[in-house]
Write a protein that binds this ligand. Structure first.
Ligand SMILES: [Fe+2]
Ligand SMILES: [Fe+2]
Length: 271
């Protein structure tokens, strides 16, 4: 079994130092194979915010895969926003903005969806969809394939209107063809899980989605700070939401899916 920790929307510059320390402690107890960070590491893409994010990442004693979010592109500095939008991300966080991580059991592809010209909303390019096919399609079926983006593919329950990542439909067709099982994203500061087919009716294979809320920022939206812990094997995916209760992170929700043919079926809980 592989364990992924999925954290998002850290927004350094608006972080709670106590929650940052709590998160680092909790990650050590979880012992993930990979920590996936789905963007918005900073609040305004300022240098000192990137430095704080870098110091935080350096304290995580596990492999990390990080994609940028819209807040990691300057909003008001128009020259930098259009000429070198991700220069600070590349300098302080990672030169790769479409990172890839793989083991014998799991392959995780990050895709940068942050764009200068549509600052808040995100997009996937045709070249990124080609890259998805090139990296994930050749892998054998026992490898669980995961995408990580900042902008969401699936709206939250009860709110079907938020804009989804641009070219979501095309990217999902490629993801379906290549056997992707799981998509991780953030941006909405709301944590939820679901099956992509509840919104994208052209997709026939079950692809599960995990959205993470904000892990350490006070920019919460009616829910506690939290992150996802995902335990995966070829036929089973378990999602735990670990929420901040004022003193530490604890498991607040758990949902488990088993694979049945082309579907992921929710089970009643843990064995
Ligand atoms: Fe955010
Ligand atoms: Fe965002």
């Amino acid at each position: 079994m592989t364990t992924l920790a999925h954290i998002s929307d850290l927004h350094f510059g608006t972080e709670s130092p106590e929650i940052v320390e709590g998160l680092l402690e909790d990650l050590v107890s979880v012992e993930p194979s990979l920590v996936a960070v789905s963007g918005d590491l900073t609040q305004r893409a300022r240098r000192k915010e990137f430095v704080a994010a870098r110091l935080f990442l350096d304290r995580i004693p596990f492999p990390r895969l990080v994609v940028p979010g819209n807040h990691d592109i300057p909003l008001f500095d128009l020259f930098t926003r259009f000429a070198r939008p991700l220069a600070r991300f590349r300098r302080y966080i990672d030169e790769a903005v479409d990172p890839f991580f793989s083991t014998d059991a799991v392959a995780v592809l990050g895709m940068n969806t942050a764009r200068s010209n549509t600052w808040k909303d995100g997009r996937i390019s045709p070249a990124q969809i080609d890259d998805l096919r090139r990296r994930l399609c050749p892998l054998p079926p026992h490898v669980t394939k995961v995408l990580v983006t900042h902008h969401p593919f699936l709206p939250p329950p009860g709110d079907p209107s938020p804009p989804l990542v641009g070219r979501a439909a095309e990217a999902l067709l490629a993801a379906e063809a290549c056997g992707v099982d799981l998509v991780l994203a953030g941006h909405l500061h709301r944590g939820y899980t679901g099956d992509i087919r509840t919104h994208h009716v052209d997709i026939r294979r079950g692809i599960l989605v995990a959205q993470a809320g904000t892990a350490v920022s006070h920019r919460v939206r009616n829910e506690a700070n939290g992150y996802n812990v995902i335990r995966l094997s070829p036929q089973r995916l378990g999602f735990a939401v670990r929420s901040w209760d004022g003193r530490g992170f604890h498991e607040a929700r758990f949902v488990d899916y088993v694979k049945s043919g082309e579907d992921w079926q929710p089970t009643l809980g843990r064995d």
